[in-house]
Write a protein that binds this ligand. Structure first.
Ligand SMILES: [Zn+2]
Length: 114
């Protein structure tokens, strides 16, 4: 199937993923914040585990725990944000753009590309 611009009927249409990109960034930021909280508990847990190996283990364990917590939180947030952005793209924003006239419009619902 090919999309057409509702204004000039050109078929030079590109999908816009504004919401998806923005959602990914916002989600990553939010996820990193959540991850930071997770990093603290991760660091504590890591320190407890690392304590078996002595002071060096506490430091290494804490670092590993903090890193892990932050990364997981950021990644999870990014994925969740991108998913949310996709929905926003679909339901709220016009998610197609005409290269001829610059018209932005919504992809007809129920039709999936690719
Ligand atoms: Zn157009």
């Amino acid at each position: 199937m090919s999309l057409q611009c509702p204004r000039c009927h050109s078929e030079r249409i590109v999908p816009r993923e504004v919401g998806k990109r923005a959602g990914g960034v916002i989600g990553a930021a939010g996820g990193a914040a959540t991850g930071a909280a997770g990093a603290v508990s991760g660091a504590q847990a890591g320190a407890v585990v690392g304590a078996v190996a002595g002071p060096v283990g506490v430091v290494l364990g804490g670092l590993a725990g903090a890193l892990f917590g932050g990364l997981v939180g950021g990644a999870a947030g990014c994925v969740a944000g991108a998913k949310l952005g996709e929905v926003v793209d679909e339901k709220v924003l016009g998610n197609c753009e005409c290269l001829e006239c610059g018209c932005v419009f919504s992809n007809p619902s129920g039709q999936h590309q690719g």
